[in-house]
Design a protein around this ligand. Structure first.
Ligand code: TRP
Ligand code: SF4
Length: 327
């Protein structure tokens, strides 16, 4: 029996952080049961950063190295870069002819994002940014993917993708499956200051962080403000360090909670435990990443291979699409 096809992508916004780890681990798990296509969405990066492109090439390289270091296996998955597969753009253009403007305007994140960027002094009321979800639909449908592993924030985009597939199939003929979102229960890891983890807040821990960075970042984590002395009774539920123990240190979690509440462990010692835990978690990733980056030409080879396969599959779909439209 043929395997179902999975597709997902990430924008190349720089090196990944520990908050991305569980998403990637989920991608890795899917590799055994599905035909997986994983790509770097560099055109999507341009929708908000069209004037800041100097780092894109390097960001792509870093991102691929991170993926491979976590366990994305090019022998199992097709790994590629969006802008190398021109068919995404052709399909996006053809979709744009029949997708009502209102579908794009009503995507819940659209107005929020425009507003958010406006507050930072940036106008992204562009044609391209409005079309972001439609380009994403083309990314998915060009491979006739069955499922899209994404976070909850992407659900409206996948829903719109299904509507685009339905409309195409209705107007012309059936070419596309309606892909489902494959939600994994991924715990949200806060940044060291308790806000959403993000490079723009400078509160992240790199996916391949070294021991020094881990120490520095854990030391700067916000703890329970009610604790000044070790003997003060703590409230782990308000503490960022505890959130991390909850996800990555299940073994010691109960003990840490109990001691914190009873004022029997100091925050310094508690952070120390977390540093050791995170270092053990990230050390193999950073070693593999180093190894991958040190092999000359390796990333290019992986991408070339992936691009070849992706192009082949995309071309097959475009033949069906052009036939269906009679163009
Ligand atoms: N919008 C996605 C994000 O910000 C990235 C993306 C682009 C994507 N095209 C995609 C994800 C296709 C899944 C499928 O995370
Ligand atoms: Fe947080 Fe640990 Fe301090 Fe409790 S002891 S407040 S869990 S750092």
């Amino acid at each position: 029996m043929e395997k179902e096809r999975i597709l997902s992508g990430m924008r190349p916004t720089g090196r990944l952080h520990i908050g991305n780890l569980q998403v990637l681990e989920n991608w890795c798990r899917l590799q055994d049961d599905y035909d997986c296509f994983y790509f770097v969405a560099d055109w999507h990066a341009l929708t908000t950063a069209y004037d800041d492109t100097l780092n894109i090439k390097n960001n792509i390289r870093e991102m691929i190295a991170d993926w491979l270091a976590v366990g994305i296996d090019p022998a199992k998955s097709v790994v590629f870069v969006q802008s190398k597969i021109l068919e995404h753009a052709e399909l996006h253009l053809l979709f744009s002819m029949f997708v009502p403007l209102s579908w794009l305007e009503r995507v819940p994140t659209y107005k929020d994002q425009v507003q958010q960027f406006k507050e930072q002094g940036k106008d992204i009321m562009t044609y391209g940014f409005l079309g972001y979800p439609l380009l994403q639909a083309a990314d998915i449908l060009i491979y006739r993917a069955n499922a899209v592993p994404v976070g909850e924030d992407q659900l409206p985009h996948v829903e719109m993708c299904r509507e685009v597939a339905r409309r195409f199939n209705f107007i012309y003929r059936r070419v596309f499956p309606e892909p489902r979102a494959e939600l994994a229960r991924i715990p949200l890891l806060p940044g060291i200051d308790g806000r959403k983890m993000s490079k723009s807040y400078d509160n992240e821990i790199g996916l391949a962080a070294d021991t020094e960075e881990i120490k520095r970042r854990v030391n700067a984590m916000i703890t329970d403000p009610a604790r000044i002395h070790k003997t003060d009774l703590g409230h782990p539920e308000v503490c960022v360090v505890h959130k991390y123990h909850e996800i990555y240190n299940l073994k010691q979690l109960a003990e840490i909670e109990e001691k914190c509440r009873a004022g029997k462990i100091g925050c310094v010692a508690c952070k120390k435990e977390l540093m050791v835990t995170l270092d053990a978690l990230l050390a193999p990733i950073r070693e593999r990443k180093q190894e991958i980056l040190s092999r000359p030409g390796y990333i290019d080879e992986v991408l070339q291979e992936g691009i070849k396969t992706a192009r082949h599959e995309a071309a097959k779909t475009m033949t069906l699409v052009r036939e269906a439209i009679s163009i």
